[in-house]
Write a protein that binds this ligand. Sequence first.
Ligand code: FPP
Length: 236
Amino acid sequence: MPDFREIPRHIAVIMDGNGRWAKERGLPRREGHRAGAESVREVTETCIELGVEYLTLFAFSSENWNRPQAEVKALMNLLDRFLAEKAKELDKQKIRLLAIGQLERLPAKTRALLDKIIARTADHTAMTLVLALSYGGREEIVAAARSLAADAAAGTLTPADIDATLFASRLQSAGIPDPDLLIRTSGEMRVSNFLLWQISYAEIVIVKKFWPDFRRKDLTEAVQEYQRRHRRFGAL
Ligand code: FPP
């Protein structure tokens, strides 16, 4: 069991390997995503049990729009289903839902569903689930820079006013603490344009398993790994 006194406040996850999981079984990629959605359910539940305050999931990247149309559609359908099914549960478990990314690029139906659940769960405090959708870290940073530049051009701030705190307040993640632990599945050692600003000090745990195989026990082990490193760091 992990030490419940040192649970990471914010865990961010790059859910990688759905396609390879399906390929290994001779299944279409969408079956990998479907199985991956089960891992999302289990990992969310486990985070609540552990007392994690924020869980951010990289559910769809800005680059994912370039995948075959059928796969994009399958992913959007899965997301719609997840949101529709999860709405009640989120409410019951007092989970607040947030989303970051270029949400205006999502299909109108998905966007409407997302907005509705975000509004409905806005006051919940048990945990915050952040879905990164149509998300790209560089795009987020560019948008923040543009917003500051617009203020500077309008004369409401000067370049000297810009510091890390002001910059972070213009990111989509404003108000969300930085992740303490970043988990990536399927063994890849890449950040892939995820939360580039926010992971500056995060511990990174790479897990070999494909995302659909990543379940309760794997999350607990990743937290234990985080705690081992965290303690060593704290002792220095
Ligand atoms: C990476 O696997 C995963 C994704 C592109 C999307 C993640 C989506 C889900 C887990 C399901 C739906 C999400 C929610 C929130 C219900 P990949 O396709 O890149 O795998 P590969 O690298 O093996 O090809």
